[in-house]
Ligand binder design. Structure first.
Ligand SMILES: NC(=O)c1ccc[n+]([C@@H]2O[C@H](COP(=O)([O-])OP(=O)(O)OC[C@H]3O[C@@H](n4cnc5c(N)ncnc54)[C@H](OP(=O)(O)O)[C@@H]3O)[C@@H](O)[C@H]2O)c1
Length: 278
């Protein structure tokens, strides 16, 4: 199926990260024009340019998405390069590899994760809508990146799961009703990956016992590849493949049911004796 993404201008944030790079590579295969956003890792973007080779269809911008001025400049640069931005993939996001129960979670870490994962996405969507207003075309697509942490929560990561829930529920549902004021057939959806093999997840996946624990709630019994996530993002960007889907979260997690919280030895079933007596 032709996704009809040829010549569509797509801005991908966090294109220096594992999932972002896979999205850029998949879009490149579809002959899209891509604005790649990076924060610090400009070298990775240059490597990608060298690997793909098509500088006429790849434009690199550097921005700290926590800063409104940076985000405005990024959109201006993208508009100047390829005109109207037809699709936004708000992929940039961070988490701290160190679990911290809320009683130990510093306000500094909380604020930083909120700024990158939530304020950064808000600023990008705001500029994206303004970009549509100028050109007033019929179709447009926003794909946010959530996480299974947003649906199941995640002990030790209250900061991260709060930002992902906000994207998957309140913001996807709100923005799908706002985008139509700027593009009559505009759509907003979210892809929510579960465990995906990237640098972000690598540390947690080093321990095989931990991987086996994770896989106990996943019927497909595997971790996603970055390509699994990228193909779902392209599906939601494509007006031909998903033109009547808006306000939805597509969970890409092998059927994950939730989290296994305890080992068997940590569970005491003696309470049953008391219940049986009663
Ligand atoms: N990997 C997983 O298992 C998994 C699971 C569920 C959801 N996700 C979500 O998928 C998305 C991509 O994850 P990933 O694994 O590909 O992450 P990653 O490899 O760690 O990449 C993170 C990206 O965020 C950018 N970034 C960091 N701070 C920033 C800032 N202040 N302003 C702008 N950009 C900033 C980084 O830019 P530089 O490198 O240029 O500094 C990088 O491009 C994230 O939203 C993540 O939450 C990942």
């Amino acid at each position: 199926m032709d996704l009809q993404l040829k010549d569509k201008h797509i801005l991908v944030t966090g294109a220096s990260g594992g999932i972002g790079r896979a999205i850029v590579e998949a879009l490149y295969e579809e002959d899209s024009k891509i604005t790649l956003h990076v924060f610090k890792n400009i070298e990775i973007a240059k490597d990608l340019l060298r690997k793909l080779g098509g500088e006429d269809r790849l434009h690199v911008v550097q921005a700290d998405l926590r800063k409104e001025e940076d985000v405005s400049k990024m959109f201006k640069s993208a508009n100047d390069e390829y005109g109207r931005i037809d699709g936004l993939v708000a992929n940039a996001g961070i988490w701290s590899p160190e679990p911290k129960l809320t009683s130990q979670l510093s306000l500094e870490r909380w604020n930083n994760i909120i700024k990158v994962n939530l304020t950064g996405v808000f600023l990008c969507v705001k500029e994206f809508f303004k970009n549509l207003e100028k050109y007033l075309e019929k179709q447009a697509s926003v794909v946010l990146i959530g996480s299974t942490a947003g649906s199941f929560g995640e002990a030790g990561y209250a900061d991260y799961s709060a930002t992902k829930s906000a994207l998957m529920y309140g913001l996807t549902k709100t923005w799908k009703n706002e985008i139509i004021h700027f593009a009559k057939l505009g759509r907003v959806n979210t892809v929510a990956p579960g465990w995906t093999y990237t640098q972000m997840a690598e540390e947690s996946l080093k321990d095989e016992a931990e991987v086996k624990k994770i896989l106990q709630t996943i019927p497909l019994r595997k971790i996603a590849s970055v390509e699994d996530i990228a193909s779902s993002v392209l599906f939601l960007l494509s007006d031909i493949a998903s033109g009547h889907i808006s306000g939805e979260t597509l969970v890409v997690a092998g059927g994950m049911e939730g989290r296994r919280l305890f080992d068997q030895k940590e569970i005491d079933v003696n309470f049953l004796k008391k219940l049986r007596k009663d």
